[in-house]
Every structure is written in structure tokens, then in C-alpha cells.
Design a protein. Structure first.
Length: 206
């Protein structure tokens, strides 16, 4: 959930209580994936909910006696809607399991990479921010429900669909980076961010 406490009647779960997930288990570069995903989100104007440049609201790492890592990361992001009194939120929960360092030879160069499992869960929310302003105004507060049900209802529903589509696009970007199979009704463009994943089912690919 977003870091801010938002009344339930103002906050809408765009995915209907579900999560979008991306799960990958093989060889990849965790640091490069982290950077690529963050840059993708920044290009789409997402920022940290806490108002700082540090996106992690939580980072945990456990190292066992064999040197295998387990990592937990949380991102809580936000963005104001353009030309509408609405605010979007994204919750990212990372869990990386069984990470070990391996060496892979590509084009004659040795690369130090990660091998293990990464799962990223995403939830998306929309806040009707104007309700907070109306509630502060004694004259307008009685009309809050009318604004929500009549004036802004169609706009909110349209923006929910747009946010859902963006989350779907984001999920596809992550799957494309990991070279996971996707079934799309359209031809996708090549990745701007070079993939640093080498799943075993795609041998010999650079």
C-alpha cells in the first residue's frame, strides 16, 4: 500500500486486489536490471513517494554460510495525473532468492553475473485527491459524494484503465529484458535498455 494513509473511499486498487508478477530463474545481472527498470520508470515520470531520491523504503539481505544471498527490496512510487485531481501509486516488492555469483564468457570477455531467482510483484492504486481538498472546506464537504459519483466518475474510470495499461506495458518491458516468452497481439520494438539476462532456453544469444 502507499506510504501515505489514504481513506479507503478515496483509494482504488487498479488491479482489483491482484498483483502483476514477473518471475525469472537463471543467469542475469541484477544491478543492470535494477538500473534499467528504474530508468524506465523515471522516463514515465514516477518518483519516490517519500519525496527523496532514495526509492527503497526497505532493503534486506541475508547471506548464508555458502555465500548464497537472499534479498528483499520495496519501492513505493507516485505520480500526479496530468490535468486531473488524481494521484497514482505503484508498489514494488522484490524477492531475490538463491543468488550466487557466476562467470559467463561473452564475445571473449568474462562477465561476473548473478545466478538465482528474482520475483517482482507490482500493485497499482489511484487516489481521488480532490476529495481531501473538499473535505477541508465546510461549504463543499457535503458535496464530496456528488463530485465522486457524477463529476469525476468517468474521468477516474478512464484514468484507471490507462494506469492498468501502463502497468501491463511495464510488465512486458520486464519480461522482454529477461527474455521471457510473451504472447502479444502486436509487434514490439527492440529494447532500448540492453538485456543482461541469459536464460538457458536461449543459448548462444548475446
Amino acid at each position: 500500500m502507499p506510504l501515505r494513509k489514504i481513506p479507503s473511499d478515496r483509494l482504488h486498487d487498479v488491479l482489483g486486489g491482484a498483483e502483476m508478477r514477473v518471475k525469472y530463474k537463471d543467469v542475469f545481472d541484477l544491478k543492470e536490471f535494477y538500473k534499467a527498470l528504474r530508468e524506465w520508470l523515471q522516463e514515465h515520470n514516477w518518483t519516490a513517494t517519500n519525496g527523496t531520491t532514495f526509492w527503497e523504503t526497505y532493503y534486506g539481505e541475508r547471506l548464508d554460510m555458502k555465500g548464497t544471498k537472499e534479498i528483499w527490496i520495496r519501492w513505493r512510487l507516485t505520480r500526479k495525473a496530468v490535468d486531473a485531481p488524481l494521484v497514482y501509486y505503484l508498489d514494488y516488492d522484490w524477492h531475490c532468492l538463491g543468488l550466487t555469483q557466476v562467470e559467463v564468457v561473452k564475445d571473449g570477455n568474462k562477465l561476473k553475473l548473478d545466478k538465482g531467482e528474482a520475483e517482482i510483484k507490482i500493485r497499482a492504486f489511484l487516489e481521488e485527491a480532490y476529495q481531501g481538498d473538499l473535505d477541508k472546506n465546510p461549504l463543499l464537504k457535503p458535496f464530496t459524494k456528488i463530485f465522486a459519483s457524477r463529476i469525476y466518475k468517468d474521468e477516474r474510470e478512464r484514468r484507471e484503465k490507462e494506469l492498468y495499461q501502463e502497468v501491463y506495458e511495464m510488465q512486458n518491458f520486464m519480461k522482454q529484458w529477461f527474455k521471457l516468452k510473451r504472447y502479444l497481439p502486436y509487434e514490439e520494438t527492440p529494447l532500448f535498455f540492453k538485456s543482461r539476462a541469459w536464460p538457458s532456453h536461449i543459448q548462444g544469444e548475446k
